[in-house]
Design a protein. Structure first.
Lengths: 282, 282, 282, 282, 282, 282, 282
């Protein structure tokens, strides 16, 4: 009760309204509260985001830390801005105008900068979910290449042809990462209908056996069998599981060996074949 | 009536307005109410969502439980936020400013983070409706593979070629699940117009009979009949229903058998045929 | 007039304002009104929706009934929520804050969950308009198959190849139902330009006559006539109307018969024909 | 002036404010006004929409009448809803809450049910503008067939293949109606470069003359002339204008006659022609 | 000053507030003002739109006049609606409710009927800018034909094949008008590499000279020269500028003449040519 | 201080409120201020837009001037409209209603006429940035032709085939202007693998030397070298830089010369070549 | 306390309200504050944007400086506008009207000019992130060429064919920059199945060795191996890393050398090969 009487004596005027001194006191209180609230929010943010286990790479941690700093600052500025508005209002300045205009302005900006916000949110999730990191071979939309830079707003990937693709994160939806786990090398060989199928498969199995030693192959080449009865031959398929990025070299070597072995064994890889029938008329 | 007189004595000042003590009392009441309401809402959420029978897998149950916890916390924080606003207002702080700015800010955020919200809502329904679970072979848009991770925001599926596709749930509309029930193995064979059709169908029926023993086949291969009078032969179709993921092996084996049997029976699988007519002129 | 004096005595204080007792009385009145209004609305909903004649299947009726219950509950909760707000306001609590935040929150949610609402509205109309029901063979977008489940949010259709397509109702626009009424079996046969067209049509008519007995055919096969003067022959078309889902079998049988009969009658189904002209030069 | 004094005496209390009786009187006045306004609006609607001359079919008239009834009822309910709000406000109930929530709710609903509203508006215009009616052969997007049902929300068209396409009106933009006025039968015939063009055109003209008798043909077949100097012959085109839906039969008959006549006159319809030049090397 | 004392005496009550009589007077003033404003606005609209020189056809003038009348009426009703609201407000009725609900309703309607508004705005500009008129041969999107009706909401064009395309104006963006100015007839002729190019061009020039007399040709056919060194001959191109809609007939006649003249001059229009080289092996 | 006492005497009534005369004076002041502000804004607009150096053509200057006049008028009307609202408010008329309705109306209109506004803004930038002007040969989307009219809302371009494309400016994004700087003439010639490549390049260089004299060629034709090892020959490419719109004629002449020279030098431009290998079987 | 008494004496009237003089004093204070705030904001902007290290080119620095000036001015004008509104309000002018209308107007404009804002934001990021600069060879969407101008709203790129593409920055998403780092020259050569593969690879390696001297090649040509077992030959691939823009010339030279060397070594680059099988019948 004493507290109240103190308030009444010092901070209220004769009509019971809060006087200038009282308003100053309240202002002070508001600014202190805002300061404390800011500290509390910072703590919460740190705990929620930084302790996630998925963030393993140092690079990602650094980027996210930068991002969090930006978010913290934005919140701090916003809260002090509110404090100022409330204090101004306390001293009788008309703040409605300010608020309305700022609100509409903010809306307009949001509307215009929508894709920017989207870029950053998507970028944040790519980092936190570790969808890909620098050095991975990825496909994003119709572009593929090695990730050179993974920014908050854009991702840069470099094509095998040397071209540098710069992609805003917001336009990334489906990502295909080709360096997470073993990749498949796949060879399709056509042989003529006239060949003995069992002989062909024997020869292919022999080649497969050779390649099983190769330590870039995780799961040795297997002859799958007849995958198509095509218009100019029978298609036989061989697959192997290799270390990432090694599949193309393995495929090239396998193709060369098959060509050589087929030549030796006299198995024909068929050109297009046409049966000609002599017609009458004229 | 006594209750009212108590209120009048302690909580109102001489002008009949609620005094500082009264305001404190009301504040207390508000916070207690909010606490109770929070508890009630939690109960309702638990009952509505967790008792659904479609949620069978343990993994899904865990994920949904995590999600519900997040929703509950959000509601709790929001309600206490309202309580604070009402109390501040009670003590005469201008809260309109705060509300307006927060409102517009919230709108702006919603606008920007729209796809994030969509990701999570779709992810929630994929889980609850059990559209697919880890290990299923699915097709989503143009990507297909085995589901490796089914998160609240993203789904990861791994291609047969080893590529890892990371798809935000919000961009998933039509899902094709290929491991729910038996799959179809289908072989189309072309034979020349010169062949005796009944003989061809007899041979195919004999092969089908052989395969009926195979326990990976649910519904034995059936010869459907003539499915096309094509430009270089008659197309005959054979179908079988197999265990999921076994259809490709069955198809490969069927193709090999047909090739061998046709060779034995002297049935021609035709190359492209052209009738040549000698023209005059020049 | 007596009524008014009663009100004045009990429910108004000395200044003519409504006193605490009066406010309690009004609150009671509001809650009773809301209760009555709820009942009336329920009646109206039942009458408008459930009496429609298009809802024939039991399954649809059950689903719609579930849906209506949800709608009724939502309305009831909303009305009581209004009542609480009005009563709180009556007792002097600042409710503007609550309303604004809830409004913006609701808007944000609507924005995010837009596709969910769309799914359910479309699902509701598919049921009420009986666009398809479980067991129908339908095509939705690029997927076709037999409807396995027709839910409020999703439709499941199973392909002939055994794949299960899960389609959110909201992404369904055009539906093609292939089991409402007879389907067409259609065969196009090419014959060489050298054949006697009248003879060909006679033979086809004879085959058509045979098939007219088949009780899976609603409207006997008819020879339409010459539908194309193509680059390697004259295309003649035969059509029949069959029971739904039987068109493919009929087509296969017709094709087999035509092939056999043409062989007997020595009518050539042409391979691609090329006129070769010997050029000079070199 | 007397009128005013009456008002002052009966409907105002001592402070010059409107008393309870006055409020009742005003309420009555409001309800009566709303009733009259409703009647006037109904009249206006009837006059504006129903008197249009384009609405010729009975079916359309019925559907539109049903629709108008719905609109009228909606307006009536809305107006009485306003009346109730104003009266409640008059008696001092806080209605702002109600309005705000209803407003946001309405907005949310509009947002979700947007496509429903669009379906109905488009359906309305299809009826009023008589774009097509039941029995017409139309093409809508990629689907074509005979209109089976023209509803306010959906249109059902049946394909020649027996498939029933169900299309929401809102997704209809361009409509192609193929039963409004005569249709064109068009035949393109290729003849070899070696033929005498004048002779070919004479023969075609003779056939055209024959068909001019046919009463399903509105504008007799005309030989247009050389429409392409193609890679394997000269293309000559014949067109006729026929009764709707008869164009295909006319085309089939014309094709048969041309084939027969060309055979008689020894005009060659060319197969693909290739000039072979013997090369050297190897 | 006298004017003010009159106002004070008659239109104000003892407390200086405007009395009932004063309110009536103000109401009258408002309605008169609205009437005058309406007239002024009508004048402005007439002057701005109707005096444009681009509106030449009578038909367009009529349609625009109808449209303007609708706009004028809409403005008149809106202004009187405002007047009524202001007057109601003057007499103390709470109009905020009405305004809010109408506002939201209007928004909802706009949202739903968006495409309707767009149809009419686009239709208006097509008329005013005279993009096409009835009888023109136009291409809109993928449809082309002769304009049969140019409405405010839809455009009807009739295809050469007799099909009637009904296109909502709002879905029209790019319009191609083919009857504004002369059209091009273009013939591409292939001749063998063995021909003497100068001789070919001489012959074509001679044919061009013949056609220069034709009064349907604005700018005589010109031989452009060698436009492609193709895989089976040299392509030479001839162009002419003709009256609109006559280009096809001119092209057909030119093609016929070229064929006849080339035959006379023994210039070969080549079939596809292939050099055959005898390979070894097998 | 004197100024204040004058104000108090004349413009305030006994209660210190502003009297009728004061209100009239304020109104006058407002209108004068608005007039001055209008003048100032006009000046600013003129200076900012008209002094840009990019606006070179007279035609563009005229169009922009017209546009600026429209903008100025709009601003003037808006400002006077504000003045009237403020004055009405000053005299106690309720203007909130008016504002709200106008606001919503304006929003609705914006929403509907969105594409109109977009057309004009884009049109403005095309003019100011001088993207193209009348007479330029441009490609916009899939249409190309010579610009006939560059309006504020639409652009008209005329195709070489005489067709007039009318494109709303708002649907223009990427513009390709083909008359800004020299254009490239490019000829690709195929020669058989049997030819001596150095000889071919010598001959082409000789032809290029001839054409270097031509004053329509900016940068003489250069033989680039072997651009493809194709399936039926080696592709050699020649490029030249020509005056705009002259590239096609240059290309045609180059092609004719190459053909003649190759004939003289006995270099073969190859037809499609096929190696035929005699197979066994049957 | 003295300060307060001064305020009370000079700036308040008898009723304790702020008098005219006080209002003038407050106005002055507001304008001074706004001036100071402007200066502070300018400092912050300069520090945040201009000190970034990525902005290396002078040209970009200039453009960004211009842009920042515009932003600064906009902020200054906005702040003074707020100041004026607050002062007007202080003196009792109704400013709500002004604010509302300006707000809606601003919204409408934003809506219409959305793409303009997007153009400028994207343009800003292209500059700051140095995605490309004048002279770079880039691909944007389907257009590629050398950047001629990099404006805030549009980018101009010139095609090799001389065409000038004008692209609004807002429609740029993915950018491919082809002048950042070495580019790949890639040659695919087909050889017949009959060739000795080891010999072919030897010859290619010899050619590669020659080219390693070329200082436009960063990483010498390497023979990758067999990249396809095609239908008419074995495809062998050679790659090299070159200076940007030099890859095409390197490719042309490599192709010429390979052709010459193969001729010398008698390695056949195969035409299309077909195996012909003589059929019976007729």
């Amino acid at each position: 009760m004493f507290f109240i009487s103190v308030i009444n004596t010092f901070f209220k005027d004769d009509l019971g309204n809060i006087n200038f001194l009282g308003k100053l006191a309240i202002s002070l209180l508001i600014f202190i509260s805002v300061y404390i609230i800011t500290k509390v929010i910072n703590k919460i943010i740190d705990r929620t985001i930084l302790n996630r286990k998925t963030i393993t790479t140092n690079e990602a941690t650094n980027r996210i830390r930068t991002m969090i700093e930006t978010i913290k600052k934005t919140i701090k500025y916003l809260l002090f801005f509110f404090a100022i508005i409330i204090v101004l209002d306390l001293f009788g300045v008309n703040t409605a105008t300010l608020i309305t205009t700022l609100g509409i302005g903010g809306f307009a900006l949001t509307f215009g900068a929508q894709s920017l916000v989207k870029d950053m949110i998507t970028g944040f999730f790519i980092l936190v979910e570790n969808q890909y990191s620098v050095g991975d071979y990825v496909q994003i939309g119709s572009k593929e290449g090695i990730v050179e830079e993974l920014g908050i707003r854009i991702t840069k990937i470099r094509d095998f042809s040397g071209e540098l693709h710069i992609i805003p994160n917001g336009s990334i939806t489906e990502v295909t990462n080709k360096t997470r786990g073993g990749m498949r090398a796949l060879i399709k060989v056509s042989v003529a209908y006239e060949e003995d199928l069992d002989h062909v498969i024997d020869v292919l199995n022999r080649i497969a056996e050779e390649f099983k030693q190769n330590d870039k192959i995780i799961d040795g080449p297997n002859v799958l069998g007849v995958t198509q009865l095509g218009s100019s031959g029978i298609e036989v398929t061989i697959v192997a599981k290799t270390l990432p990025m090694e599949q193309w070299a393995i495929e090239r070597n396998l193709r060369k060996r098959i060509k050589e072995e087929f030549e030796k064994e006299d198995i024909e890889i068929p050109y297009q074949k046409i049966v000609i029938i002599g017609g009458e008329k004229s």
